[in-house]
Design a protein around this ligand. Structure first.
Ligand code: MN
Length: 186
């Protein structure tokens, strides 16, 4: 996970909020040193770090990965973001769209890879829709098995995870719903 966009978006989010690096560190749980490295383009943070930053600012993940995501939504596939060395890859399918309060990624899980994440902000819900292979989702403390074509919607404001126990790559669409960030109808 890397890129100029993250650098720029993190700086912009911090400037908008009027926060110092130290305050941002407190807010996100990411060290001041790491935040500084990201802003200087010297570090490629893991997905886990990216999520900490997004959660700290109460923003969707694509607010840090894409251009102009807080303006009107784009329906064209965004460029590939990259592949985490840790065995989980992602790219953006739909950047965050405030009309719907959601963003969608394609996630790739290498064989044997397991990725567990802490809770998102209150009210956040995720959809997992398996498009290739077989995988399991951790929700409510239980690993649920999903095959190609299966979907699962679960509360993501509690710890959750994804794992691939097979010898083949697994891929899934991951939509993250942020009801509190959606524009309300007038
Ligand atoms: Mn999640």
């Amino acid at each position: 996970m890397t890129g100029d966009k993250l650098q720029i978006n993190l700086k912009a989010a911090r400037a908008r909020a009027g926060l110092s690096l130290a305050q941002t560190s407190e807010l996100t749980g990411v060290s001041k040193a790491m935040l500084g490295q990201i802003e200087r383009g010297e570090s490629s943070p893991t997905l886990a770090t990216l999520w900490k930053i997004a959660k700290g600012f109460h923003l969707p993940l694509t607010a840090f990965l894409e251009d102009m995501v807080l303006t009107a939504g784009s329906f064209t596939p965004a460029p590939r973001i990259g592949h985490d060395r840790a065995g989980i890859g992602m790219h953006t399918v739909f950047a965050f769209d405030p009309r719907f309060g959601s963003e969608t990624f394609v996630m790739t899980l290498e064989p044997g890879h397991r990725h567990e994440t802490p809770s998102h902000d209150s009210g956040v819900v995720e959809d997992v829709f398996v498009i290739r292979g077989e995988m399991e989702v951790l929700t409510g403390g239980v690993w649920k098995r999903l095959h190609t074509g299966d979907g699962l919607r679960f509360p993501a404001d509690q710890p959750h995870g994804y794992r691939n126990l097979t010898d083949e790559i697994a891929q899934f669409h991951n939509t993250i719903h942020y009801p509190r960030l959606a524009l309300s109808e007038v």
